[in-house]
Design a protein around this ligand. Structure first.
Ligand code: NCD
Length: 466
């Protein structure tokens, strides 16, 4: 399958084989950087960065320049017509009529998906709020591949702000797909969101082990890993011996510490709440521990206080290499999406994952809203054109996942549209935990947040309302 003319909104938009092929092309780009200047001649990339950026924006622009293309850019939302109330969709249509490819960073979660839906040209998500940052993940995986040959079987600790760090979310999905084991080391209060954990467990069929009182079993305070995600195909001690085996696990070493900064811009009261005081720090002292002897220290950058400058000269430190590799990786990506290069997709290995789980979709003109205030469906003015849309990710309990930001809701009440077709006498609603959830076909389902909403829409309670 060709990668040309596609968009990269989430890391699941590329299969494992396509990522491998992209890395081979990135190697080629890196080996002959100066010979690529005709590849995208005559092409224009629009670079829209509505949140601060140094590395991502400049490496994208460098990449396009190196490929011989040209760049147009907008970096201040206040200087665009979005500030006048223009919709993201209209902006996308217009920019798509000027440029051959669009790179967008936006504070709203799901904004890149909206741009991709309307632009008519390939769109690359360069970070949409706290949701995803797939091209940073490509740089991270590329670095792991370069340093450790294969990602399969590696043990990677995700460190810091797991709640709001978009790089963390895209990376966790990719690591799961490539067969790595993930250790979670969050700053207290900034644990991995439930919807990300659920996706790791259901979509990628991983096993999640939670250790509530971990200090009991790990060396005191040293590495209080909160949870361990184990990929299914790797025989794992932890799955058989819970609790005490955490010690064994950590003694076996950690292949990479992926450190991230506190995402202050997404949590207005972080300092007030003192969250920054408990933020875990990686320094020389920590890296002296035996279990970190061969550990790569990674960071998407920028760093603040969570990663000491004293480790910069350490051969295990990878972060400046990760950033530098952003150029060949993004050159490869742009060239592929523009169809300037074709690649052979390698045979997928046993861990290959083509993201094609088809959950039924739920979209109605009125009713349910996404629970995430930073979701594009809650931010875009009065939703003139974006209708909230969900995937029905689970029935027991009924769980809907927003197609834009992936946050989940568990609504309490349901009904069937059969009343509408005269098959039922009364418009009745039931509890979503009742047996009706399996009886009503997804296309006939009407879902309510509350009884008040069901009643306001003319439904009466059935005997299946608890
Ligand atoms: C990251 C981002 O913007 O999410 N930076 C980057 O793109 N390299 C990480 C961060 O800002 O903390």
């Amino acid at each position: 399958m060709s990668v040309a003319n596609r968009s990269l909104v989430t890391i699941d938009d590329l299969s494992n084989g396509e990522i491998e092929a992209l890395f081979s092309l990135a190697d080629e780009m890196s080996d002959s950087m100066s010979q690529q200047c005709n590849l995208c001649q005559g092409k224009i990339m629009a670079s829209l960065f509505f949140e601060p950026s140094t590395r991502t924006r400049l490496s994208f622009e460098t990449a396009m320049n190196r490929l011989g293309g040209r760049v147009i850019s907008a970096v201040d939302i206040g200087a665009t017509s979005l500030a006048k109330g223009e919709s993201i969709a209209d902006m996308a249509k217009v920019v798509g009529s000027y440029a051959d490819i669009i790179v967008i960073r936006h504070p709203w979660e799901g904004a890149a998906k909206v741009v991709a839906n309307y632009a008519g040209v390939p769109v690359i998500n360069a970070g949409d709020g706290g949701h995803e940052h797939p091209t940073q993940t490509l740089c991270d995986l590329y670095t792991l591949r370069k340093e450790r040959q294969s990602i399969k079987g590696l043990r990677i600790a995700l460190w810091g702000d797991l709640k709001y760090g978009r790089t963390i979310h895209s990376l966790a999905y990719a690591l799961a797909r490539f067969g790595a084991t993930i250790l979670f080391h969050p700053c207290p209060g900034l644990e991995m969101p439930e919807h990300v954990l659920r996706k790791l467990a259901t979509r990628y069929k991983g096993k999640l082990k939670k250790y509530e009182a971990l200090d009991r079993v790990s060396e005191k305070g040293l590495f209080p890993v909160d949870a361990i995600y184990v990929t299914p195909s790797i025989p794992h001690q932890l799955t058989m011996i819970p609790d005490i085996s955490i010690e064994v696990e950590l003694k076996a070493g950690v292949d990479a510490l992926y450190v991230t900064r506190l995402q202050k811009e997404r949590q207005a009261r972080a300092e007030e709440q003192g969250i920054d005081k408990d933020y875990p720090v990686v320094d020389k002292e920590l890296l002296k521990k035996k279990k970190f002897k061969r550990t790569l220290v990674m960071h998407p950058l920028p760093r603040v206080d969570e990663l000491a400058y004293e480790v910069d000269g350490d051969p295990r430190s990878m972060y400046f290499r990760q950033a530098a590799r952003g150029v060949p990786v993004r050159m490869a990506l742009i060239a592929l999406l523009l169809g300037a290069k074709e690649v052979t997709i390698p045979e997928e290995d046993e861990y290959s994952f083509v993201p094609c789980v088809d959950y039924p979709v739920y979209q109605r003109d009125s009713g349910l809203r996404c629970c995430n205030p930073r979701c594009v469906t809650n931010q875009e003015t009065e939703m003139r054109y974006i209708k909230p849309e969900f995937k029905i990710a689970n029935l027991k309990p009924l769980t809907l996942s927003c197609v834009y930001c992936e946050h989940e809701i568990q609504p309490g009440y349901i009904a069937s549209t059969d009343w509408h077709e005269g098959k039922l006498e009364n418009k009745k609603y039931h509890s979503s935990s009742s047996r009706w959830i399996r009886k009503i076909k997804p296309e006939k389902l009407v879902i309510f947040d509350s009884e008040a909403e069901a009643q306001a829409r003319g439904f009466k309670p059935s005997s299946y309302v608890k």
